[in-house]
Design a protein around this ligand. Structure first.
Ligand code: FE2
Ligand code: FE2
Length: 265
């Protein structure tokens, strides 16, 4: 059994994945999802209900009236957004250590950043972009479920400046892009999700989809300790992306996502 299979089967067999997360993944693929189904998922979970309402009533949306019913929240936000919120919540129980919590926050920031970038600079329909941004590091989530001490060690070393992919290869025998891709394929997620996960650290590869360029940039912007500059202009040019001020964009994304993260904590 190779390393990818070992990690995947270990995590899936131990049922470390909460049901609500797997249900949410199913829903991503269901074009006929309706209000009833979404309501059912949410109402099974008190924490999810509470946090959904807290987020809807937060400054992020700034609705003038107080929303107290899940049905009203769904009507105001729309299915897509409610599905995104379920996914954000569903990821959380899988993150138990401090580095895990940081990964959860990073995933949320990256989802919003990817969506914003896709809408504003590349004119890509934002439908699936949020989900892809949220799941881009699912390989790291799997590492955490597989062996939390090694995961924390990788996080510690990469924060010291050592290339994360190299450390992962060393510790787990494979990096998080390949494990994430394999997971997405196993869960039958759309190919655009699996290939973007695969190339999100390698956006100039000839097989990399356009979305991996977006997620790569979102990845760089949402680092806890970003590089300075966040990305060289020449690299932005190679990506074919024009952005005036990455620092300003980073500040805007952190300000918005702080509200979301606090509501869902
Ligand atoms: Fe990554
Ligand atoms: Fe990331």
């Amino acid at each position: 059994m190779d390393n990818v299979e070992k990690i995947l089967s270990n995590v899936l067999e131990l049922q470390s994945m909460p049901t609500v997360f797997l249900e949410a993944l199913d829903n991503i693929q269901d074009p006929n999802v309706n209000a009833m189904k979404i309501s059912n998922i949410i109402s099974k979970d008190i924490a999810l209900t509470t946090k959904l309402l807290r987020l809807v009533n937060s400054a992020y949306y700034g609705f003038p009236q107080e929303i107290t019913q899940v049905n009203n929240a769904i009507a105001l936000l729309g299915f897509r957004t409610v599905k995104d919120i379920i996914m954000m919540m569903a990821l959380k129980p899988m993150m138990s250590s401090q580095s895990g919590k940081e990964l959860w926050e990073h995933s949320i920031r990256c989802a919003y950043a990817s969506q914003l970038l896709a809408e504003s600079i590349m004119d890509i329909p934002a439908e699936e972009v949020f989900t892809i941004g949220l799941l881009h590091d699912i390989g790291r989530v799997l590492f955490q479920l597989y062996d939390i001490e090694s995961f924390d060690e990788v996080s510690r070393l990469s924060e010291m400046g050592i290339d994360k992919l190299v450390v992962e290869e060393d510790v787990f025998g494979v990096d998080h892009t390949l494990v994430g891709e394999a997971f997405a394929i196993k869960e039958n997620l759309p190919p655009i999700i699996s290939s973007t996960i695969r190339y999100h650290h390698n956006p100039l590869d000839e097989n990399a989809p356009v979305l991996s360029k977006i997620v790569y940039l979102a990845e760089m912007i949402t680092q806890k300790k970003p590089k300075s500059p966040i990305l060289e202009n020449s690299f932005l040019e190679q990506l074919g992306i024009e952005i005036e001020d990455l620092d300003e964009l980073r500040a805007e994304i952190f300000e918005k996502t702080d509200i979301v993260i606090n509501a869902l904590k």
